[in-house]
Design a protein around this ligand. Structure first.
Ligand SMILES: C[S@@+](CC[C@H](N)C(=O)[O-])C[C@H]1O[C@@H](n2cnc3c(N)ncnc32)[C@H](O)[C@@H]1O
Length: 243
């Protein structure tokens, strides 16, 4: 049996325990927002500023998505009739643009909260692209079970793999390239490419993506004329294929 003073201490400690469930950190005050890329006007639900949780980056539209969507909108012929898988879709602004031109778009993300708003945005656009097959799937980079489930359904792979502003955490880059390589190898050389809208935030990351590409047997081609300033940062489009 504890002494009176021990009991008192325990009671004080209990009073100190702060109970916050994860919803405390999640801002889900999404606003319907209009984005224009050339002649393509898209409306999507997104946040205007970030939640406090670092992992909720996908609730916002990032500069890399602006770069990617401008590039795709100016070069929509590369999307025409294609099947696409997008990595780290966030609210889905890139996949939604693709749905105007592609026959199939598989939007992916690893975060359950992000997947909720992504699905809502897909529903919002389903009726305006009735001929395109649209789907959201959970995919954590490097998770072979997640990718395996997607490939069970889409066993021919995809014509295009897309990623907008998804290289910002160095530890996840090798895993991202593992999954990209797996998808590129289904189609083999020349039949599938990975379009990466890269935004440079750190020199280390600039060299990490080139190193990963090379270690995964890929050619990293900078698309001429795409290097530009996006949101005060330097961005560029890479077209990545197997060597
Ligand atoms: C910076 S946001 C970019 C979102 C969107 N592509 C854009 O440009 O607006 C990065 C996205 O990648 C997702 N993500 C981050 N790490 C991931 C991982 N290891 N596996 C899968 N998705 C990841 C995040 O949930 C988020 O949606």
């Amino acid at each position: 049996m504890g002494s009176e003073s021990e009991k008192g201490r325990e009671e004080e400690e209990e009073e100190d325990i702060v109970c916050l469930d994860e919803s405390f950190f999640v801002n889900d005050d999404y606003q319907l927002t209009t984005f224009t890329f050339g002649s393509n006007v898209l409306e999507l639900y997104c946040l205007q500023s970030a939640s406090t949780d670092f992992d909720l980056t996908g609730q916002l539209v990032w500069p890399g998505a602006m770069l990617m969507n401008r590039y795709l909108s100016d070069n929509a012929d590369i999307l025409q009739g294609c099947s696409v898988l997008e990595f780290g879709s966030g609210v889905g602004i890139t996949g939604v643009l693709c749905s105007k031109f592609c026959r199939k778009v598989v939007f992916t993300d690893h975060n359950d909260e992000v997947l909720k708003i992504l699905k809502k945005n897909i529903e919002l656009h389903e009726h305006s692209s009735p001929s395109a097959e649209l789907e959201a799937a959970k995919l954590e980079w490097g998770n072979t079970d997640h990718l395996g489930e997607i490939l069970q359904k889409h066993c021919d792979g995809f014509d295009l793999i897309l990623g907008a502003d998804i290289c910002f955490q160095q530890s996840s880059v090798p895993l991202l390239f593992d999954s990209v390589e797996q998808l590129l190898r289904i189609r083999g050389h020349g039949n599938c490419k990975f379009i990466l809208a890269y935004v440079s935030r750190a020199r280390q990351m600039d060299s990490a993506i080139m190193k990963e590409g090379s270690q995964h047997g890929m050619l990293m081609n900078e698309v001429p004329g795409t290097r530009c300033t996006v949101g005060n940062l330097e961005g560029v489009i890479f077209e990545i294929t197997l060597k």
